[in-house]
Design a protein around this ligand. Structure first.
Ligand SMILES: [Zn+2]
Length: 82
């Protein structure tokens, strides 16, 4: 029984944490994306012009030259600089 519990614990550790939430901050027009933020970014939290996006959408925005937020560096987090 102990062994089984140990195996379950180990399996739990192998599970990846939930993906972070990403935010796009946009300008007056929704088509103008100003910055890519991580979900916990305080700068994005202060902005009312933001919407949650998936990791893939965040990467896509960065590829389209949308500047990454300077506070949390989502571009580094997403690992697309290399
Ligand atoms: Zn930010």
């Amino acid at each position: 029984m102990e062994e089984r519990r140990e195996a379950e614990r180990r399996r739990g550790e192998e599970m990846r944490p939930p993906p972070p939430e990403w935010l796009l901050q946009h300008g007056l027009h929704r088509t103008n994306v100003d910055a890519v933020h991580t979900g916990e970014c305080w700068a994005a939290a202060k902005s009312r012009r933001r919407r949650p996006v998936t990791r893939q959408q965040a990467i896509e925005a960065l590829r389209q030259q949308v500047p990454a937020c300077v506070h949390r560096r989502p571009d580094t987090t997403l690992g697309i600089l290399d």
